[in-house]
Design a protein around this ligand. Sequence first.
Ligand code: ADP
Ligand code: MG
Length: 208
Amino acid sequence: MAVTFVQFMDWLRLTDEHVIEARSELTELDSAIGDGDHGINLSRGCAASSGKVDSEKPEYLDDMFTLVGMTLVSSVGGASGPLYGTFFLRFATSAGHRQELTPVQLASALEAGLAGVVQRGKPELGDKTMYDAMQPAVLAFRNAIKTGDVAEAALLASRAAAAGRDATADLVARKGRASYLGERSVGHIDPGAASTALLFQSLAEALA
Ligand code: ADP
Ligand code: MG
């Protein structure tokens, strides 16, 4: 079953809603090991990008996700704006001028987004960043579509992202602002990993 344009719009809308709901929580996580702006920055970015999509009404996936990526780069700021922006810009290019994607095309688009994050931030697994939630989620999605349907794959990806998020609590930060704390970053979940888990939770809900 192909993933439709409406489902992709639902993904963005649900992400927007979940990030706004979690704004204080994300800010608290970032206050513990960063500068406390993650919830505010990201909810501002989501609102700006939803506003752009509402006003420009893109009809193709590449146009919609390019708009989202560009808006996130220009409105979020901090480390996470360019990283999430790059994720969606690469996702857009891979998705192409289409209105729906097969599960395999969606897996490739998620992988392209992930590769953009790697290129931009140079994160490695265990660095205690959004990559620790995103990499296992994208991998789980790719593996799951080999045998299961797309809704099941998105659910497994969402669970993998949540597990990756939770595992960041035990890690010493090696990238971004939290790395300045060294060992003192242990015991706290990474805010970017928490927002990435929301992105995949939203995808699972949109494809359910
Ligand atoms: P800033 O640290 O500039 O205030 P944010 O608070 O918006 O930016 O985002 C912080 C999040 O960005 C971190 O929790 C982490 O997940 C992510 N991050 C920071 N640097 C990197 C990097 N080099 N690679 C991947 N993710 C990163
Ligand atoms: Mg911050």
